[in-house]
Design a binder for this molecule. Structure first.
Ligand code: ADP
Length: 553
């Protein structure tokens, strides 16, 4: 870790390590009555579980006690395979608060990959929701480090028989602890949680967050220019708690005192819509593919939201057409967010400056569509292939590099070796930055299409395609071309019932892009490959179209 010169004169302020347990302690003490509502995973129980921050802290503390009494030591990893729900939230605080490391695992990964991650992390205990019982039964024999498996339910719901040795019951663990446990203090640089990247290329790599980085990220993400969450809000994180800690919401919402609503496993448009309305959700966050489901359900049934007013959309580019629908049809403000697992994850958020209010609506929209401004704490720059910094003119695009206290310095177990370039983390994204500091992603470097030495931004092409009323989803990939090296191929999923043709779609691009950006062909498919975090997997798509030849190629 980098060290810095000491001043002979030190500030005379109290020294308190930034710790995750301080968030739940604060929440319980100062917003103790704020509610946490969760859609249950147990099907035969009342649909919703309700309690308060105060209850959550008491139970998390007992769970922390249970872990400590079972010998889970400071720094040891505890895995979870769970939906967004109150027990998962308790684990967020119990595990990190006890000094152990919370390792949230994406259950949508392939079982072999899950076992790989559990072994790589050397998880000592694995907690899981009922939904994942058979998955855990299948991987348990391959998880040598795991000393205890815990089903996140009560005694009545424990399976009569299971191949998992000595399966423990979550509620029994909580009940057995007497509550005579105080949150321990330790250095703020201690590891607190571990998330693996989804590993689109090679094996997944772990980002190991500290208490300090998590608390700073939570503080910063609650700022008005970022999430602007307050005690007046009701927040429903659609983004899963296994996807980069639900973008930090389990921390930032609790320190803000807002009401929290967890959707459990029911992420379809109808279930989400009903929960939004029933609980008066005002704020939410998720990837574009989830919004697609919710928006379509609301449009098809001619429904509007009575309380929902703001959402963060990120994880992949929010198509302008989706932003327009949310703002114009549903009166929901969209905050475009960009980040990555290696950044805890938030790096930038979209929004307007005061003087932008005078601009005509379409121009304001163009600014909102950018991935936005750096959040205080994050610095960024764009560089060319030789590492020379490029100007912030809104046109020059290059590799995006970042630095800041919640950005990784190296991967867990030093996987991949030295990742920093002169102290900056290379994001793998290609972007422009305008004179006002607004960043816009044009592509991921591995998805960039290079035609005759010039880059073609696949995100722009996709955004235009999904603005066509007949298009539900679109992805643009580079195909080999004898003359130009690569040319764009547009792969499209039509809206149900729509009959849009290749020619109509290509004509739709006319006048909106430079001539040489025009896709060479359009192919219609029934669905696109979607990964565990809800993003279109272009590597799979390229694989799928390996034998395809462009016209004239
Ligand atoms: P993985 O891609 O392995 O699932 P992450 O979930 O951390 O890992 O994804 C980070 C990447 O997602 C970023 O580097 C960027 O390419 C993409 N991304 C995230 N937010 C946006 C956004 N708003 N616009 C465009 N791309 C985004």
């Amino acid at each position: 870790m980098q060290s810095f010169p000491q001043s002979p004169v030190q500030g005379q302020m109290m020294s308190q390590p930034l710790s995750i347990s301080s968030i739940i302690r604060f929440a319980a003490r100062h917003y103790g009555g704020s509610e946490i509502v969760s859609r249950r995973v147990e099907a035969d129980m009342p649909d919703l579980h309700r309690y308060t921050y105060r209850d959550c802290e008491a139970r998390a503390r007992r769970l922390a006690q249970a872990l400590a009494e079972r010998g889970v030591a400071i720094g040891e990893r505890v895995g979870t395979l769970a939906w967004n729900g109150y027990r998962h939230l308790e684990l967020y605080y119990a595990v990190s608060g006890s000094g152990a490391v919370l390792h949230t695992i994406n259950p949508r990964l392939h079982p072999e990959q899950i076992a790989y991650i559990v072994n790589h992390a050397e998880d000592q205990v694995l907690f899981f929701d009922m939904t994942f019982l058979s998955l855990v039964e299948a991987i348990a024999p391959h998880c040598a480090s795991v000393k205890a498996f815990v089903l996140m339910s009560d005694r009545a719901h424990m399976p009569a028989a299971s191949t998992i040795p000595d399966l423990l019951c979550y509620e029994e663990l909580v009940e057995a602890a007497d509550g005579g446990y105080a949150w321990p203090l330790f250095d703020e640089n201690a590891a607190a949680s571990l998330c693996y990247t989804s590993g689109t290329t090679g094996n997944p790599k772990g980002a190991l967050y500290s208490h300090r980085s998590t608390v700073l990220h939570a503080y910063a993400s609650a700022l008005p220019n970022v999430l602007n969450v307050g005690a007046i809000d009701t927040v429903l994180p659609v983004v899963p708690m296994f996807h980069v800690n639900a973008w930090g919401l389990p921390y930032s919402v609790l320190l803000s005192g807002a009401k929290m609503v967890f959707p459990g496993a029911a992420l379809d448009g109808k279930s989400l819509y009903e929960l939004f309305e029933q609980e008066g959700v005002t704020f939410s966050a998720g990837v574009p593919t989830v919004w697609l489901g919710l928006i379509n359900y609301a449009l098809q049934n001619d429904l509007r939201f009575s309380t929902f007013r703001r959402t963060v959309i990120g994880g992949s580019a929010c198509p302008p057409a989706m932003m327009d629908t949310l703002i114009d049809k549903f009166n929901v403000q969209v905050i475009h967010g960009w980040g990555m697992t290696e950044m805890s994850p938030l790096g930038t958020t979209g929004g307007l400056l005061a003087r932008h209010r005078k601009l005509p609506e379409p121009e304001q929209r163009k600014i909102l569509q950018k991935q936005g401004h750096a959040i205080y704490g994050v610095d960024m720059k764009i560089v060319d292939d030789d590492g020379n910094e490029l100007p912030w003119d809104g046109h020059s695009f290059g590799h995006l590099l970042v630095k800041g206290p919640w950005i990784i310095a190296s991967y867990f177990r030093n996987e991949g070796g030295d990742v920093l370039q002169d102290g900056w983390f290379p994001t793998g994204d290609v972007a422009t930055i305008d004179p006002d500091g607004f960043m816009q992603i044009t592509d991921r470097s591995k998805d960039v299409i290079k035609s005759g030495g010039e880059w073609i931004g696949s995100i722009d092409l996709e955004n235009i395609a999904v603005a066509h009323p007949g298009v539900l989803q679109a992805a643009c990939i580079g195909m080999a071309h004898p003359k130009w090296d690569e040319r764009p191929l547009l792969v499209v999923v039509r809206r149900p019932g729509a009959e849009v043709t290749r020619e109509e779609l290509l004509a739709f691009f006319d006048g909106k892009i430079a001539r040489f950006w025009m896709p060479d062909d359009v192919v219609f498919v029934d669905s696109l490959p979607i990964g565990g975090t809800g993003k279109i997997q272009k590597n799979k798509l390229r694989e799928q179209f390996r034998d395809y030849r462009l016209p004239g190629a």
